[in-house]
Design a protein around this ligand. Structure first.
Ligand code: EPS
Length: 355
């Protein structure tokens, strides 16, 4: 069975939900490890006051018994604590009583760079909120919970995935400057995966290449505008003799320009990917826009937001990479029971004599 993930949830709705199907039975999950990743996502420098309202915790509704997966769909929930301030505005059913709290008036001032304009045009909404709520990066919380599960599975075969920001010190200076200027910034994150054996992904079809999957997974995260694998864009300016990683007799490499992927397959070296995040589009000094209710020129919506979410992206990207590696590892090694998965991995690395 292929490992699959579906999620649902609006930013200020009752909760975020993920359903994971295709997980083997017998995988031990540690609630504190999942919650620790949720916390890491929230702690980044430059986040909005929203992060003081939320204290993300995972709840499990199905698929787990006494801390072990059952081989049945795993249902994860991360509640939106802030929903209590939006019960009328974000009520799933027609709200009762007089409007109260937040989200009661339609948003008609689309922000350049957010989902607002293309979303309402596509879906025919007359309130921008109907688009922005799902497009919000809030829903990355439940994807981090799913990624924590993927990391637990990968750990059983010795794979470790870690995300970080590129040049954290400089990023924090830029965030401080942007905060004082009431502006926003983006940045770059890097994810590295160690212990990945050669052979995850395939050149046999382009959808199944490891680089296709990783690029898609990273591009699927809000605000990501660029993805790079290994030396990425730099490779375009090198000579072939400089760009490729020579093979030693033990089949390992001294360099890793390829970022651990050749022809869409892991080659046993560290997987290295980077993602570039654009500056967040909710600005305290708004850009020019149009009031969709009147057709007149107007400034874009101004509301509480983050100055930057790059440190959060490092965690979200780590979880997205872990998820894709778990999908491809399960494709390769299979197993209804996690022990079968571990045994199949061991037999494979023995066959290829991979230390
Ligand atoms: C977001 C806007 C902000 C962010 C949010 C993403 O939310 P709010 O409008 O409630 O202040 O804080 O991210 C999160 C809530 C989160 O948990 O990451 C947006 O418009 O994308």
């Amino acid at each position: 069975m292929t490992l699959r993930l579906s999620s649902a949830g609006e930013s200020h709705g009752p909760a975020l939900v993920a359903i994971l199907t295709g997980l083997p039975a017998g995988l031990e999950l540690d609630r504190t490890a999942v919650d620790a990743d949720l916390k890491r996502r929230q702690e980044g420098y430059g986040r909005s006051p929203r992060q003081q309202i939320e204290q993300d915790r995972v709840e499990v509704l199905a698929g787990l018994r006494h801390g072990r997966t059952l081989g049945t769909p795993l249902a994860l929930v991360v509640a939106n604590v802030d929903h209590k301030n939006w019960t009328w505005g974000m009520s799933p059913w027609p709200p009762e009583g007089a409007p109260t709290g937040k989200g009661t008036k339609p948003v008609t001032l689309p922000r350049p760079g957010h989902a607002d304009l293309p979303g309402v045009l596509k879906y025919g909404h007359d309130d921008v909120r109907n688009s922005l709520e799902r497009a919000s990066a809030r829903h990355t919380a439940v994807h981090v919970a799913a990624g924590a599960v993927a990391k637990a599975l990968l750990a059983t075969i010795g794979i470790r995935v870690v995300g970080s920001t590129v040049d954290e010190e400089q990023l924090r200076v830029r965030i401080d400057e942007a905060r004082s200027a009431r502006d926003t910034v983006g940045g770059i994150v890097e994810v590295r995966a160690t212990g990945v054996p050669p052979g995850l992904g395939t050149y046999a079809s382009k959808d199944d290449r490891l680089d296709t999957r990783l690029a898609g997974a990273l591009m699927g995260i809000q605000a990501v505008k660029g993805v790079e694998i290994g030396d990425g864009f730099l490779l375009a300016s090198l000579l072939g003799s400089q760009a490729h990683d020579e093979i030693r007799t033990d089949r390992r490499r001294d360099t890793n320009h390829a970022g651990g992927i050749e022809a869409g397959i892991s080659n046993g070296e560290e997987i290295i990917v980077r993602a570039a995040m654009k500056p967040l589009p909710t600005l305290m000094k708004p850009l020019a826009s149009v009031d969709l209710a009147t057709g007149e020129a107007a400034n874009a919506l101004v509301e509480r937001s983050d100055v930057a979410a790059v440190e959060a992206l490092a965690v979200v990207a780590e979880c997205a990479v872990a998820w894709e590696l778990a999908v491809l590892a399960l494709d390769k090694f299979g197993g209804d029971l996690v022990d079968d998965f571990v045994v199949a991995h061991a037999a494979y690395v023995e066959r290829i004599a991979w230390a």
